[in-house]
Design a protein around this ligand. Structure first.
Ligand code: HEM
Ligand SMILES: *[C@@H]1O[C@H](CO)[C@@H](O)[C@H](O)[C@H]1NC(C)=O
Ligand SMILES: *[C@@H]1O[C@H](CO)[C@@H](O)[C@H](O)[C@H]1NC(C)=O
Ligand SMILES: *[C@@H]1O[C@H](CO)[C@@H](O)[C@H](O)[C@H]1NC(C)=O
Length: 363
């Protein structure tokens, strides 16, 4: 009790020290300002992870893995369990890091231990909760991708969590009905599942076919663009690695990987039109991702108890034109058009010899 009140006084003093100026903003040093003093420390975290985790602000492997981790932590959450008074996971609570020895052994979390262990020292060093850190790293990371979103970041998740149960994370071999049911149980509609899968625009696989680590899901894994939505609709013609694996289907390009789940969700009548809608509208794609990630990042949390520190997230570069194209060597005839309501948009093909895709380098 006594200790607690001393702590409260110290906390109050810290806030008073960084009291808002006349414009309602506090100075965090280095010319940086925040609307709330608790946001200041996140600027230090930002500098540290951009330099020491993301190789100086790249959209590479650690960014991709950090974005994946936001999902694998948060989706440990179940509305039906809650209704039955059972524990179905605490959502975006950092449990995947706190109980990594349990959660990273779940089959659907294959390979996630690497980024959990890479991130952990940063969270400990800056004394922020694991739940906050995971969502922050994902938001900062994806802002490094050309044409990327500027995700909301709310700070203040408790560092207390319990291990999530197994089987909350969808598998690429799961039928669409099962994926939509699991995601629905966390509060996401089929269209919102598509919105979440915008993340696969900056993504590669290591473990579905372990013989070809770093094989991307589209031809531009460093760009937050709609190539993923075009290329997943092309007729599959080849396996990029050692034949067919569980959760893999044929891809259209040498060096490109296609998950069975992406293939099916792209063609399912419940989701095909949302999938196609991003091909000609990059700002729509960014807006939908920002909205759905704001929802993902607070699963299991009370957002009113958190502080909005979004100002710390860098504004991504928008300089590059984000116009989706057919890969060289493909025509509109290779598209498996799947949205009944809307014709497939007329897009042009890149010139030159057939596109092949290079792996994402591991660092
Ligand atoms: C709907 C169900 C989903 C399934 C079945 C699925 C499945 C997968 C699989 C199998 C991989 C490859 C992992 C590996 O072998 O290393 C992967 C990678 C990835 N996923 Fe998903 N995913 C889903 C949803 C999501 C969501 C919602 C996000 C984020 C919001 C996400 C972000 C990523 C990212 C960024 C990667 C690339 C990781 C890297 O390059 O290291 N995925 N996903
Ligand atoms: C969060 O919890 C972990 C144990 O799960 C602990 O090691 C870490 O120091 C805690 N961080 C904070 C900021 O309390
Ligand atoms: C490739 O797959 C075959 C079976 O299809 C297997 O015998 C072989 O060991 C695999 N190669 C590698 C490098 O994993
Ligand atoms: C693209 O999406 C935005 C919403 O972000 C919308 O306002 C705009 O009208 C759309 N543009 C086209 C050409 O459909």
């Amino acid at each position: 009790m006594a200790f607690k009140s001393i702590f409260a006084i110290v906390a109050l003093a810290a806030v008073a020290f960084a009291a808002p100026g006349h414009n309602g903003r506090v100075s965090c040093g280095h010319g940086r300002k925040a609307s709330n003093a608790v946001c200041c420390k996140w600027f230090d975290v930002l500098d540290d992870i951009q330099t020491n985790l993301f190789d100086g602000g790249e959209c590479g492997e650690e960014v991709h893995e950090s974005l994946r981790l936001t999902f694998h932590d948060a989706i440990g959450f179940s509305l039906s369990a809650q209704r039955q008074g059972k524990f179905g996971g605490g959502g975006a609570d950092g449990s995947i890091m706190a109980f990594s020895e349990i959660e990273t052994n779940f089959h659907a979390n294959g390979g996630i231990d690497e980024i959990v262990e890479a991130q952990r020292p940063f969270a400990l060093k800056h004394q922020v909760s694991f739940g906050d850190f995971i969502q922050f790293a994902g938001a900062v990371g994806v802002s490094n991708c050309a044409g990327g979103p500027r995700l909301q970041f709310l700070a203040g998740r408790s560092n207390f969590s319990l291990p999530a149960p197994d089987l909350t994370v969808p598998e690429p071999s799961d039928p669409t009905d099962k994926i939509f049911a699991r995601m629905g149980d966390a509060g996401f509609s089929p269209n919102e599942v598509v919105d979440l899968l915008i993340s696969h625009s900056v993504a590669a696989q290591d473990h579905v076919d372990p013989t070809i680590p770093g094989t991307p899901f589209d031809s531009t894994p460093g760009s937050f663009d709609a190539q993923f939505f075009v290329e997943t609709l092309l007729k599959g013609t080849l396996f990029p690695g050692n034949g067919s694996n569980v959760g893999e289907v044929q891809s259209p390009l040498q060096g490109e990987f296609r998950l069975q789940s992406d293939f099916e969700i792209a063609r399912d009548p419940r989701s095909a039109c949302e999938w196609q809608s991003f091909i000609t509208n990059h700002s729509l794609m960014v807006a939908k991702f920002e909205a759905v990630m704001a929802k993902l990042a607070v699963l299991g949390q009370n957002p009113r108890a958190l502080v909005d520190c979004s100002e710390v997230i860098p504004a991504p570069s928008t300089s590059k034109a984000q116009v989706a194209k057919l890969p060289a060597g493909k025509t509109l005839k290779d598209i498996e058009h799947s949205c009944r309501a809307t014709p497939f948009p007329v897009i042009s093909a890149d010139p030159g010899p057939a596109t092949t895709v290079a792996p994402v380098p591991s660092s």
